[in-house]
Design a protein around this ligand. Sequence first.
Ligand code: HAX
Length: 423
Amino acid sequence: MNLLKEELKNQIPKIQADIKKVLDEKGEKTISEVTVSQAYSGMRGIKAFVCDTSSVSAEKGLIIRGIPLLDITHILPEEVFFLLLTGRLPSEEETNDLKDEFSSQLNVPDYVWNILNEMPEDAHPMTMFNTGILSMQGESVFRKRYDDGMPKSEFWEAILEDGIRLLAKLPALGAGIYRMRFQKGARIEPDPKKDWAGNFVHMIGLPDDSGDFHRLMQLYFMLHCDHEGGNVSAFASHTVASALSDPYYAVTAGLNGLAGPLHGLANQECLKFVLSVRDEFGGLPSEEELKEYCWSRLNNGRVIPGYGHAVLRCPDPRFSAFIDFGQGHIANDDVFGIVDLLFKVVPGVLKEHGKAKNPWPNVDAASGSLLYYYGLKEFNFYTVLFSISRTMGMISQMVWERALGIPITRPKSITTDWIKTSV
Ligand code: HAX
């Protein structure tokens, strides 16, 4: 039984008809104009394609299928995956069905571990993670069925099947890489009775008698699931998938973008920065000391990691959710205290600095301090956790793009000479 697939099978013809109607009525309307400066600056603000899984409001942050993020921080990652794909929260039966789907596909093939074992000892965990995913590309159902002449109308089903198989394995792949890369001992086998986040906590092998680390990872994997379609990782995977490259290729393309310090790698950079504050001041500095420390970093031409955003113009609700968790669980911790103090100091500093359009914290500003508290101290592993979660968004977007028959991505570039002579 796959209740998620059944739901999508019901929805897809209706949404296809709805979009046909939108195109018939509004197909020739203009939604964006592009200035020369936008063409030279990362296409910021240009509305040029559709993503229905989630949207990001400059003032409110992430909205998943119409629901503001802070209204659903209690739901499981499995539930948010169902929500991203279908636009509604699953029933208990549907959640259990999806959990069962994941549980039946948990094991990472041995050849993946053999390949990863051969990598340099200091390989970045993101390089290992992406290599692990790409090495499984030969397992792709989409690729096999495409080679066998699958009709276009079935593309989405094969993407969903690949997506579920891949997502099911990611906690094991991530936890296995953690244990291998940081010499934590033998891999721990997955437990099919555990939920997705619980299995990750089990396999990573850190103590969790209180169950709080499990709760944190449920929140972590839920919060990072999607952030509309134009961010680097979503857009890269969207572009690659539009060439009908299968999800193994398309997800690694997105995750390679997530591995950049201005995107997902900011979470490791951020904790590195927070720990440098702790080491510089032997614990929690005063507000004045912290302000000066931030200025010296900015004056050296470096960014304050975890602050600023291309779309948001408010504190990221994902940051607020982590701060709430921290205040409820680890309020007296020094590292968390520095994160809290940075929130008081950095927006003012960035406003005075006058460059960043958004002086507020983003998702990456707080997450590291929580992971660090629960014993996950190797911060160059953090982007792997972001990746495990963000794959849900990339797969959800891909399923709908194939269901709607969105063609290959191919915007038109122009030359500087053309701008000089034709604008
Ligand atoms: N510290 C210092 N300067 C900053 C800054 C920050 N946190 N955020 C922006 N700026 C600077 C930019 O570097 C840019 O400077 P130049 O004109 O000299 O190039 C200027 O302010 C204008 O930038 P912007 O328009 O406000 O921001 P962008 O849309 O260009 O970039 C970034 C958005 C998130 C990349 C940017 O704010 C940044 O580098 N932040 C720090 C890194 C970070 O936290 N990244 C994670 C973002 C969330 C995410 O994707 N997570 O995965």
